[in-house]
Design a protein around this ligand. Structure first.
Ligand SMILES: Nc1nc2c(ncn2[C@@H]2O[C@H](COP(=O)(O)OP(=O)(O)OP(=O)(O)O)[C@@H](O)[C@H]2O)c(=O)[nH]1
Ligand SMILES: C=C(OP(=O)(O)O)C(=O)O
Length: 232
């Protein structure tokens, strides 16, 4: 059976994906930003990234629901208020175990769900761009989108009845390719590829235009984090 339809209309009805978004406890999240942000702002920024990512995902016409896999109580409460379902993590088993667990939780409720893992660090995410990626992904049993650096992965999909088999972490683009997943080569989806791990990534995201939660945190950042590259 194909993915569930989000509406019953003929023609323009779009396949509804279930997204699975993993989020570390905020005290540990985005550790590579710590030097630029300081320890007080870093968890707030990690939460803001997740809120912007999930809000944009929920606004995407191809997305039926979003499950966030997290053990963080504050993030869980804020993300649930946006409309996400919160799935408790699998303690100490890491990112891929969390994603497999999230996909199982989704399919326990909806066995024929098409699922997509999406990183929580995409503060510039635009619903229409995510929609283009999911539309392309629907043609293949498994598909993925490489991150802006073309080394990692920001999104991995599995259509109805197909195991997600996530292999995220570090140089995951090559692993996802080797696993048989199809790489999505959509040209105009920079916001879906713009993950933020470093201060340079954050600058690039700010240039693309971030969502409201991250924009609100930006003034709290040291100048070094937001000044254009090469600025004095
Ligand atoms: N639920 C869950 N999410 C995780 C786990 N590890 C990583 N993530 C999430 O997976 C995505 C990519 O994670 P990483 O790049 O490894 O970690 P990060 O917090 O984004 O950044 P660094 O601390 O700088 O590595 C982010 O959305 C993380 O919050 C985990 O063990 N459980
Ligand atoms: C999780 C990933 O990357 P990073 O650890 O760089 O965020 C990935 O791209 O698979």
């Amino acid at each position: 059976m194909g993915p569930m339809r989000r509406d019953g209309a003929d023609g323009g009805a779009e396949a509804a994906w279930s997204l699975v978004v993993p989020l570390k406890p905020l005290v540990r999240a985005k550790s590579r930003l710590s030097r630029a942000t300081g320890e007080e702002v870093r968890p707030k920024l990690a939460l803001a990234f997740a809120l912007d990512t999930v809000a944009a995902a929920l606004a995407c016409e191809y997305v039926g629901d979003v499950a966030v896999v997290t053990d963080d109580p504050v993030a869980g409460e804020r993300l649930a208020a946006l409309g996400a379902r919160i799935v408790p993590d699998t303690p100490a088993r890491g990112l891929n175990a969390a994603l497999t667990h999230g996909a199982s939780a989704v399919r326990a409720r909806r066995p024929d769900a098409a699922v997509a893992a999406l990183n929580a660090d995409l503060p510039a995410l635009r619903p229409a761009e995510l929609g283009r990626v999911l539309h392309s992904a629907a043609e293949f049993p498994r598909a993925f989108l490489a991150d802006a650096a073309e080394i990692g992965t920001t999104l991995l999909t599995a259509t109805s009845g197909v195991e997600l088999a996530p292999a995220f972490g570090g140089p995951s683009r090559a692993r996802h390719l080797a696993s048989g997943a199809r790489e999505i080569l959509a040209p105009d989806v920079p916001s879906v590829r713009r993950d933020v791990d470093t201060v340079e990534d954050l600058r690039a995201a700010l240039k693309l235009g971030v969502g409201p939660y991250t924009a609100r945190q930006a003034p709290l950042l040291a100048d070094g984090a937001t000044a254009p590259a090469g600025a004095p």
